[in-house]
Design a protein around this ligand. Structure first.
Ligand SMILES: Cc1ncc(C[n+]2csc(CCOP(=O)(O)OP(=O)(O)O)c2C)c(N)n1
Ligand SMILES: [Mg+2]
Length: 423
């Protein structure tokens, strides 16, 4: 029976609606963002029981201090050549992004997404994975394709949906698909890649293969059901998969609190599924490398999945269609306490005596020229919106092995209508 009188003194029920700390015009202070020293996180054995290192889901795996020194148990001790390659790939990603962003502003394509400030997440992982491990990325991991040597012209052809676009203009610009480079087709439907990665990983194991899968999604995307069903399957079957959550604080204009960041970390999601969870400084390319290498070894030795949260910051807009000045303080990107991933690796190499400002500037000039030359080449195949780059009737092809009768009918009708209109 309900006792109305007993409840009479209670406050009415209410909901907590998260609110970001800084809005446009607010001064920014990230003093409460904990940045532990590099030796604070221990590195467990890759075969360890996930229950024995829960604290790693709440701390921050770091290798590079902000003064350019490196240390701690997670230091992967890479050679200067390996680190210079990673630095170059991050700088290439930045140069490519810059050029393609401008191409969108010049009306040569309809859409582009930069990864400014998050380059280490892709480049560190690509360096640690085997080249034939299968990647199921989101739309901000262009750095993987660039690391694996995908020709810039091919990527640009896709962005321009031109005659050279192997996807024949059927995907939104930047939603690449590159079987050659172990890069699964990007989907605009957030987080669908998560269960797909688990399925691929399970198939790899079922076939007795040695390749593993890795997948990426943003922190906002962890709110999707697909994220959770992927974690359940991976946990149950100990699938050889690495789950990367790129926590760049924002999901377009929604801050991370709407995906649960006020209550716990994203790495802590792993604990509920009984899988390994690591929270990593996402602006530290060496830490991303080390965590990925650890998770890859675990997966490849049948130790099961790892969930890695990459703590980073989206330094610019969500995409070319976004204007972050409308919803967040302009001071945030510069106040972000984990710095710039390119600068951090550069400073480390300089501190080692393996790099200098002049070589860095020279590298940037070379990369800008490489990207500019590729752009010129790609534009010979046309740009988006300027002409019909693919035979229009091909839009009905390539989905089904045998085109169904109703699509054949629509295709024929379209051809007839265009002929009648004299196009
Ligand atoms: C299922 C689904 N819901 C919503 C959208 C619209 N949408 C596209 S990107 C995005 C934000 C995703 O943010 P996050 O997962 O944090 O990734 P980020 O863009 O920060 O890398 C949203 C809501 C979508 N594409 N698919
Ligand atoms: Mg995000």
């Amino acid at each position: 029976m309900t006792d109305e009188r007993a409840r009479a003194n209670l406050q009415p029920l209410s909901l907590h609606v998260p609110e970001p700390r800084f809005r446009p015009g607010d001064p920014v202070d990230f003093a409460d963002v904990a940045v532990p020293p590099v030796d604070a996180a221990r590195r467990p054995d890759t075969a360890a029981d996930p229950r024995s290192f829960h604290e790693l889901a709440f701390g921050l795996v770091r290798v590079l201090e902000l003064d350019g020194t490196a240390g701690g148990q997670w230091n992967p001790r890479l050679s200067p050549d390996q680190m210079r390659r990673m630095l170059r790939n991050m700088a290439l990603t930045r140069a490519f992004d810059e050029r393609m962003f401008r191409a969108q502003r010049q009306g040569k394509t309809s859409f582009y997404m930069k990864s400014l400030g998050e380059e280490a997440v892709s480049i560190g992982a690509a360096a640690a994975l085997a080249d034939d491990d299968m990647c199921f990325p989101s739309y901000r991991q262009q750095g993987i394709l660039l690391s694996r040597g995908c020709p810039l012209v091919d990527m640009m052809n896709q962005i321009y949906s031109n005659r050279g676009d192997k996807l024949m203009g059927r995907q939104l610009p930047i939603m690449y698909s590159e079987k050659r480079f172990g890069f699964f087709s990007i989907s605009g439907n957030l987080t669908t890649q998560y269960p797909q990665a688990v399925g691929w990983a399970m198939a790899s194991a079922a076939k007795g293969d040695t390749r593993i899968a890795a997948t990426w999604c943003g922190e906002g995307s962890t709110a999707e059901g697909d994220f959770h069903s992927a974690c359940t399957f991976a946990s149950v079957y100990r699938a050889p998969v690495i789950f990367n959550v790129v926590n760049n604080q924002w999901a377009i204009s929604s801050f991370s609190g709407f995906a649960g960041a006020e209550a716990t970390t994203f790495a802590a999601r792993a604990i509920g599924y009984g899988i390994a969870g690591l929270r990593v400084d996402g602006n530290d390319a060496l830490a991303v490398y080390a965590a990925t290498q650890w998770a890859a070894e675990r997966a490849r030795t049948n130790g099961g999945p790892t969930l890695i949260e990459h703590f980073t910051y989206r330094a610019e807009g969500h995409s070319t269609s976004d204007d972050p000045t409308q919803y967040r303080s302009a001071g945030e990107p510069n106040a972000w306490p984990l710095g710039d991933p390119v600068v951090r690796l550069r400073d480390h190499l300089i501190a080692l005596g393996e790099w200098d400002e002049e070589r860095h500037a020279q590298m940037d000039r070379e990369l800008a020229e490489e990207v500019r030359a590729a752009q010129k080449e790609a534009e010979k195949n046309g740009v988006l919106g300027h002409g019909m780059h693919q035979p229009f009737e091909t839009m009905f092809e390539g989905v089904f092995e045998q085109t169904p009768w109703h699509l054949k009918e629509q295709q024929a009708q379209m051809i007839a209508e265009r002929q009648a209109a004299g196009i």
